[in-house]
Design a binder for this molecule. Structure first.
Ligand SMILES: Cc1ncc(COP(=O)(O)O)c(C=O)c1O
Length: 506
């Protein structure tokens, strides 16, 4: 919770009463507030009615049609109103509510680049942007056919597979669905591990599709534990479990799961379930070996390690998965692997592909090759280590509690009890033009996430950590001013070692 108005000004004029909304307004609500129900004729509120003690929600703010979102007490609410729209805010019974207007309202433009330190979408390198910024061509013509054939071959590299990889015009969520409906049948049991919010969403999808998903529950502070998976699969004597679904890098909690060890469990038990791996936030950032680790379907998206806009979903498949797809009982059309594989073989797609993102993919894959995947994985580990050292030096806690599962891609940071992580993120955004990742699901408001993936270097990380340290100061969050120093010392030391290694190799 923000402790003072160091960076945020109270909008005194509306205590209690009404105020005029502006495009850059943030409200940070610390207690129940009340507002009149909208008047149907004008869309504006009627007489304000105080509420007694219930949590704040936007239902309690009269924002006019189309501007209501859920928010909890103490949360930050970004409102993008029509300029000059009126809103009412009233304190609830015995409340000490405060509404703060951020300084951004009065700020001129921020010079320099926005710091996008969320764990994806990630900043797009200029070279990739230039590749995307090309005239649209006929996706059924010979020029695109040539590009598609090349890209469909090249895209196997980050998956480390020789098998086909299909590309849907979709987000990662579409990739989840395609994987399940192509290989399973309604009523099939699938085993999933509760690594965090994305595992929870995937499980909800499986249930919605008519599968029978089962969770191995966890507190979101570890990755998928092979021992617990083994224990569960051992009990599945009749092989009713048809799939094991694991989120390789759980972007919500900042944990990475040991896929090779999970494969070994399946092999040891001779369990025939298909292994599904969500690599949406790990592909091209964390080592992943589709073929060697015997993954049956790897799901990925374009907007993270591949340094592209959102818009492409990938399924890499095994021969076993392709065989399963011939007998899978789900109806499908858009997501059909069979249609994709048949048209891809000619360099085409069954429907309009995201042509310009595919141009970008062509170049992004070249850039990844040029840096080298091993160097990329080492870079991600180094930046994650620098970030964790900063967190520890600040006296804060990393959400992932077991080093075995530390994520090279994202670090989720717990704030001390009573401090709102979203209010903190708002201070950082307003003052330093940096976006940090929000806490999702059960850790909403408790954690913020620092993304350290994709097109990132040592100085980007130091800039990001400086923004966090200054933000902690401005938001009045207790911490030691030692995080930036700790990260800098570590990165300088690593740079020295690299220089020495290169010199020795000459
Ligand atoms: C691990 C993971 N899986 C799945 C998804 C869903 O992907 P999308 O938002 O592209 O649909 C995300 C998104 O961030 C993710 O991080």
């Amino acid at each position: 919770m923000l402790q003072s108005s160091i960076e945020l000004r109270p909008i005194t004029a509306l205590v209690p009463g009404k105020f005029v909304l502006r495009p850059d307004l943030f409200l940070i609500i610390h207690a129940p507030v009340a507002a009149p129900p909208p008047d149907s004729s004008s869309g504006r509120g009627g007489e304000p009615k105080p509420l007694a003690g219930q949590p704040c929600s936007v239902e309690n703010l009269s924002l006019g049609p189309g501007q209501r979102e859920k928010a909890g007490a103490g949360s930050v609410l970004r409102i993008c109103p029509k300029i000059n729209e009126e809103a009412f805010v009233l304190p609830g019974k015995g409340s000490n509510f405060r509404v703060w207007e951020t300084m951004m309202s009065n700020r001129p433009r921020f010079p320099g680049r926005h710091f996008l330190q969320i764990p994806g979408p990630t900043p797009i390198p200029d070279r990739v942007l230039r590749a995307i910024d090309m005239p649209v061509i006929d996706h059924r013509g010979p020029e695109f056919q040539k590009i598609a054939k090349r890209v469909l071959e090249k895209v196997k590299a980050p998956f480390k597979t020789k098998n086909p990889v299909v590309i849907f015009p979709a987000s990662g969520t579409g990739g989840w669905e395609a994987a399940l409906v192509n290989t399973l049948s309604p009523g099939d049991r699938v085993l999933m591990f509760e690594t965090g919010q994305f595992a929870a969403l995937w499980k909800a999808m499986a249930a919605n599709l008519g599968l029978k998903p089962e969770f191995i529950e966890s507190d979101w502070r570890i990755g998928a534990d092979p021992a617990q998976i083994e224990e569960r699969l051992k009990k599945d004597k009749n092989h009713e479990i048809k799939g094991v679904c694991i989120v390789h890098n759980e972007t919500a909690s900042g944990t990475t799961s040991p896929i090779a060890e999970i494969r070994q469990v399946l092999d040891k038990l001779k369990h025939p379930a298909l292994l599904y791996v969500d690599a949406v936030s790990s592909l091209a950032s964390i080592d992943l070996r589709h073929d060697e680790w015997g993954i049956d379907v790897t799901i990925a998206g374009s907007q993270k390690g591949l340094m592209l806009p959102a818009g492409l979903a990938f399924n890499a498949m095994s021969q076993k998965a392709i065989a399963a797809s011939k007998n899978a009982g789900f109806n499908k059309s858009y997501w059909s692997w069979a249609d994709m594989l048949a048209t891809n073989a000619q360099g085409f797609f069954p429907y309009t592909p995201a042509t310009n993102i595919i141009y970008g993919l062509d170049v992004a894959l070249d850039m990844l090759e040029e840096e080298g995947y091993e160097r990329i994985f080492a870079r991600h580990k180094r930046h994650a280590e620098a970030t964790r050292r900063a967190v520890v030096a600040w006296g804060l806690e990393v959400l992932c509690k077991d080093p075995k599962y530390y994520s090279p891609v994202v670090t989720s940071v717990l704030l001390p009890p009573g401090y709102d992580a979203d209010a903190f993120r708002a201070v950082v955004l307003e003052n330093f033009n940096m976006s940090l990742g929000t806490g999702l699901g059960r850790v909403a408001g408790k954690v913020f996430r620092i993304g350290h993936l994709a097109d990132t270097n040592d100085l980007t990380i130091m800039g990001a950590l400086s923004g966090v340290e200054m933000g902690l100061e401005l938001a009045g969050i207790p911490h030691k001013k030692a995080g930036v120093q700790a990260a800098m010392a570590y990165l300088a030391d690593e740079a020295r070692k690299t220089t020495q290694k290169l010199a020795a190799a000459e």
